[in-house]
Each structure stands twice: as structure tokens, then as C-alpha cells.
Design a protein around this ligand. Structure first.
Ligand code: HEC
Ligand code: HEC
Length: 228
């Protein structure tokens, strides 16, 4: 990935060529930086687990039966994991194990996973092509997603969940991918946050956000996000 050697420019006799060479060298070096940033983002997404082992473990552990062999679930109530941040998936599994997040099936499914299982399975799903939905007809929540509502002290979803809800990692907090997630699952989580049944977000931030939303807005947000 080294830069082209500047020394080769003495092969060109004319200043014009030297200029062109420098331009090309600059373009090549910025492309290298972009590629490195892409690689960083990818390793941040996948984390320290082994995706190859995670593929076997998620098959043996029956995770793929519900969450899909490629991380795309075939049931609206079951979340996709494709391209979801490993750090987020591991945190949720930790939370199920500790009883900080409750679900009849997932509490049992997470019970016996070791630290290595969690990291490897999360790495496998995170390494799959990032989830994407079919654009829907209901985009009425787009404004709320992009701008929030200062009158209600409601921050914009995009400020945490990133462009098109594709998630990000900042200051050691992992903001999950929401864009392309299952519609019914998204709505159910917003309702759970609002009722306080799910209360595992840092500082209770998602409970605060969801409490400010009406039922119709939760439906519209789920419709919009599922199509991204
Ligand atoms: C019988 C179906 C089923 C199986 C098998 C299953 N899951 Fe799940 N999983 C679910 C459902 C349903 C949810 C949504 C829970 C909720 O509504 O809170 C879920 C949620 C999750 C979440 C939280 C995702 C998010 O976006 O917050 C993770 C992580 C997860 N499952 C991992 C696993 C792993 C790892 C395995 C295998 C060891 C597994 N699941 C097996 C049905 C299943
Ligand atoms: C201040 C930051 C912040 C804002 C603003 C925010 N979120 Fe979140 N959200 C989070 C964090 C952090 C999590 C992960 C919680 C956890 O670790 O369990 C989360 C989780 C979620 C989840 C659960 C995803 C899953 O896979 O289970 C949904 C759904 C969600 N947010 C929707 C929204 C919507 C819709 C908005 C805008 C109305 C919004 N969020 C605004 C920080 C934020």
C-alpha cells in the first residue's frame, strides 16, 4: 500500500509531466487513505471475533434458523443482523444473559453462549452485506428522523443512528443500524422503550426518545426506516 516513489519523476523531462505526476501521486495517496478508512470502518463493524468460527457456531447454535444464514430474517418480528455492528450485537447478548433485556426466546438462546461464542457469532453477522429494505410508500417520518422536534426536546434520530440509519460507533457507544431493519420489529422496540419494558440503552436515552413519540409516529418511523 506504499505511495509511488517520488524518485521516478526524474524520468520525465518536462515540468508539465512532473506536475501531472504529482497530481497522480496525490490522487493515489488519497485513494489509499480512503481505502484505509474503509478498512478501519469495517474492522470496527466486525470487532475482534472470528467470522469463520461464528458462521459454524451460529449454525450449530440455531441462530440462523431465525436470523437467516446471511443475517436477513424471514419474519417481520425477528431482527436482521446483516451488517449490524458486532459491538451492538455482543452488548445485546450480554444484556439478555444478565437479564437487563428480556425476551422469552432470546433469554434462553443467549444463556449458554461463552464470551468467544458471542464475539465470533457477532463478527459473522456483522461481516454480511449490510441490511437494506425495499423503499416503502410511507416516508412521512423522514422529517422527524432528520430533524427531530425541538419543541418537544426530541433529538434527531440521524444524529445518533447515522445517515440512512446505517449506524455508527462514537465515544465507545455503538448506535445500531436501523435502516433496512424489519418493520414490525422496529415498531415493537419503540413501543417497548416507551413503556419501559426495554431499558438497556446508555443513560436511558431511548426511553426518553420514545416517550416523546406518539403511536402514529412510531408506526411511521418504523415504516420509513424499514425502507432504507
Ligand atoms: C426461535 C427464533 C430465534 C432464535 C433461534 C434466535 N433468535 Fe435472536 N431474536 C429472536 C427474536 C424474536 C428477537 C427479538 C427480541 C425482542 O423483540 O426483543 C431476537 C433478538 C436477538 C438479538 C437482538 C438484536 C437487536 O437488533 O437488538 C440478538 C443479538 C440475537 N437475537 C442473537 C441471537 C443469537 C446469537 C442466536 C443463536 C444463539 C439467536 N439470536 C437465536 C429470535 C430468535
Ligand atoms: C442520543 C442518541 C440517540 C438518539 C437521538 C436516538 N437513538 Fe435510538 N438508540 C440509541 C442507542 C445508544 C441505542 C442502542 C441501545 C442499546 O445499547 O441497547 C438505540 C437503539 C434504538 C433502537 C433499537 C434497535 C434494535 O436493533 O433493537 C431503535 C428502534 C431506535 N434506537 C430508534 C430510534 C429512533 C426512531 C430515533 C429518533 C426518533 C432514535 N432512535 C434516536 C441512541 C439514540
Amino acid at each position: 500500500m506504499g505511495r509511488p516513489s517520488i524518485g521516478t519523476r526524474k524520468n520525465y523531462r518536462h515540468g508539465r509531466w512532473q506536475t501531472w505526476f504529482l497530481v497522480l501521486a496525490f490522487v493515489a495517496s488519497t485513494q489509499t487513505v480512503a481505502a484505509e478508512e474503509g478498512a478501519d470502518l469495517n474492522s470496527q463493524r466486525i470487532g475482534g471475533g472470528n467470522p469463520g468460527i461464528g458462521k459454524q457456531q451460529s449454525d450449530a447454535g440455531r441462530c440462523q434458523e431465525c436470523h437467516g444464514s446471511d443475517g436477513m430474517s424471514n419474519d417481520e418480528r425477528i431482527p436482521n443482523h446483516a451488517g449490524q455492528y458486532a459491538g451492538y450485537l455482543i452488548k445485546q447478548l450480554d444484556n439478555f444473559q444478565a437479564g437487563e433485556r428480556k425476551h422469552p426466546t432470546m433469554t434462553i438462546m443467549a444463556e449458554d453462549l461463552t464470551e468467544a461464542d458471542k464475539a465470533d457469532i457477532a463478527a459473522y453477522f456483522a461481516s454480511q452485506k449490510v441490511m437494506e429494505g425495499e423503499p416503502g410508500s410511507d416516508t412521512s417520518a423522514k422529517n422527524l428522523f432528520l430533524n427531530g422536534d425541538s419543541a418537544r426536546d426530541l433529538p434527531a434520530c440521524v444524529s445518533c443512528h447515522g445517515e440512512n440509519g446505517k449506524g455508527r460507533v462514537a465515544d465507545n457507544v455503538t448506535y445500531p443500524v436501523l435502516g433496512g431493519q424489519r418493520r414490525v420489529y422496529l415498531r415493537s422496540q419503540l413501543v417497548s422503550w416507551k413503556l419501559g419494558e426495554r431499558a438497556n440503552s446508555p443513560g436511558g436515552v431511548m426511553n426518553k426518545v420514545a416517550k416523546a413519540l406518539t403511536d402514529d409516529e412510531m408506526t411511521a418511523l418504523a415504516n420509513y426506516l424499514a425502507g432504507l
